[in-house]
Design a protein. Sequence first.
Length: 363
Amino acid sequence: MTTTTATKQYTLGVLHGDGIGPEIVPASVLIADAAIAAAGGSPVDWVRLPVGFEAIAELGEATPTSTLAALADTDGWLLGPHDSAAYPEPFRSELNPSGTIRKHFDLYANIRPAKAYEGRNAVVPGTDLVIMRENTEGFYADRSTYRGTGEFMPTPDIAIAMGIITRQACERIAREAFELAGRRRRKVTIVHKANVLKMTTGLFRDVCREVATDYPDIQVDDFHIDAITVHLVRRAHEFDVLVTENMFGDILSDLAGELAGSLGLAPSLNTSQERAMAQAAHGSAPDIAGQDRANPIAMILSTAMLLDWLGGRHEDPTMNAAARLIEQGVTATVTAGTCTTDMGGTVGCREFAEAVTSTITQR
Ligand SMILES: NC(=O)C1=CN([C@@H]2O[C@H](COP(=O)(O)OP(=O)(O)OC[C@H]3O[C@@H](n4cnc5c(N)ncnc54)[C@H](O)[C@@H]3O)[C@@H](O)[C@H]2O)C=CC1
Ligand SMILES: CC(C)CC(=O)C(=O)O
């Protein structure tokens, strides 16, 4: 008698975004389909939802209320980058799609790995680290739960930005960092600027240090944000997990991606305990949009992070296996010498994605 085990049927949102988004997001969906099939999972029910320029044209909102409502009914989603700096007013002055979605779903942890591929363009070969970025407050206070305390101009000649750091937000991001380090090389580096921003980033450092006492087997150190840039450029390969507030994490993760070989290979996952959103760490790259020159690795690996997260949340090893297949497919493709021009290769986005897909399907 043949028995078949039904695997969970997932519904995942697909938001292309702007610029290179419509190139890298569909490529990631195709690769995810191939990997899930190869791992024996049920086909995903993908739900296309508008955001960015597309949504402004169709619905008059950069992040439509209908998109937010539909996302709430999914198991997770892929968000492409948005070119919000180029939106017409009033959309440019509003909170951008990433900020709106992160805030709406309280996606407080932005997990941003940077991993170099052997022999491929890395500024610091051997880099294999993760920036754990607090995603809801700090100096991007427009996203915090404390509404109306972001930036403001009391007169046309004075602009003021407020930073907010709360014990609760520091504690939950610190725990994410220490838990992750426990599954990696057991080292956490706290990044702050407590010599100048004494109360805000001082609180961040101190709460992370307090949380560290619950993880005695994990090595901890801390650096000022300016100093850590120097250490990363010289010796990124020595770091494991770096935990920091929102804006420092945003900046440091671009640096770390480029040190690993290219900003185009830097993935990220935005999570809470209940939800997860795959999103490349980079922006919409308007300078190369529509030219088939984008490196899709960041979006592909972000998608793998989402599948891995789903596997953990639903105790579904097929999704973890699919995530591993995607990672292996990307590594095999890159180490075989196939990569986009930002990594010193010659292929376009489409050809790279096809190469990864055939590596997965032909194994
Ligand atoms: N999460 C998001 O959606 C983000 C959106 N943005 C938005 O993106 C737009 C452009 O911002 P920029 O400051 O120029 O940053 P960017 O990250 O879009 O581009 C910086 C540089 O990296 C290159 N690059 C980025 N991703 C690449 C990829 N996958 N493959 C190859 N090269 C890649 C670009 O060509 C450019 O030279 C702005 O409207 C900005 O607000 C910026 C950062 C994050
Ligand atoms: C969404 C961007 C405009 C800002 C950014 O880089 C980010 O918050 O990830």
